[in-house]
Design a protein around this ligand. Structure first.
Ligand code: DGL
Length: 267
């Protein structure tokens, strides 16, 4: 059994956690949310790099993981080279699933929904140039959608009109057949997003990075030879600022988290 840390600014890491634990239930997981510095998607690159360095240093020093998943497109698209240069453990990054989206699109018109920071990244454009050169790609940056996902997990009502407004560029272009959810928060709203498309009589395929990341973790994380088939490891939820959200805590318990802790970040 391996110890796997899944790190994001907020609850988005839970979409990756769910995909990974489905494939690799035997590992011990720490879901680490840097809620003290949430959100990441509106931060300038240098400030984000500094924050990610601090959090990852603390996580690796104090939790000693076998593998780290940076379950955040906003952080991965800027910090992966720096992290991989500094640490010897395997570091899996989550980046926009542009390749599978381009491959599955029939119309070759796809939309990319991400944080404003991810939308602007050179890394994201390089993925488009490499894997979606034959596609028309509509880029949509939204921090509001990140907040809607946080609200949902806190048990608050989602503003459907706000969600519809965010999806307007897709609704207005009937040729778009594929939507890349390029922020780990967004798959948590997949049901609500699909409902908007159904209400507008549209069939748009949602693509996210979860399944690809799960396969990568399965390849990299050492399997415990003594683990019985179906044996479940333990899951801990950690926050950089103590949690004051009872419904979120209930949702985490429903996802299998039995321990809750705070990771103090110096500075
Ligand atoms: N979940 C993160 C991502 O995948 C970003 C959310 C935020 O803005 O903090 O990009």
């Amino acid at each position: 059994m391996a110890k796997v840390v899944i790190y994001d600014s907020g609850v988005g890491g839970l979409s990756i956690y769910q995909a990974v634990v489905r494939v690799c239930p035997q590992h011990d997981y720490v879901f680490l949310s840097d809620n003290a510095a949430f959100p990441y998607g509106t931060k300038p690159e240098d400030a984000l790099l500094a924050r990610v360095s601090l959090v990852v240093a603390a996580a690796i020093e104090r939790l000693s993981p076998d593998l780290l998943v940076v379950a955040c497109n906003t952080a991965s698209t800027v910090a992966l080279p720096m992290l991989r240069a500094n640490y010897s453990i395997p570091i899996v990054g989550v980046v926009p699933a542009i390749k599978p989206a381009a491959l599955s699109s029939i119309s070759k018109q796809i939309a990319l929904l991400a944080t404003p920071a991810t939308i602007e990244r050179a890394y994201t454009q390089a993925l488009i140039d490499e894997f979606a050169a034959d596609c028309m790609v509509v880029k949509i940056g939204s921090s509001e959608l990140v907040e809607l996902a946080e609200k949902k997990l806190r048990g608050e009502v989602i503003d459907n009109a706000a969600l519809t407004k965010i999806l307007t560029p897709v609704l207005n272009n009937k040729d778009i057949d594929t939507l890349v959810l390029a922020c780990t928060h967004f798959p948590l709203l997949a049901t609500e997003i699909e409902a908007v498309f159904v209400a507008h009589d549209r069939a748009v395929k949602l693509v996210d990075s979860g399944p690809g990341i799960a396969r990568r973790v399965a390849d990299l994380a050492p399997v415990y030879s003594g683990a019985k088939l179906g044996q479940r490891g333990c899951s801990t939820a950690m926050f950089t600022r103590s949690l004051n959200a009872p419904q979120l805590q209930t949702n985490l318990a429903d996802l299998g988290f039995s321990n809750f802790a705070v990771l103090d970040i110096p500075g």
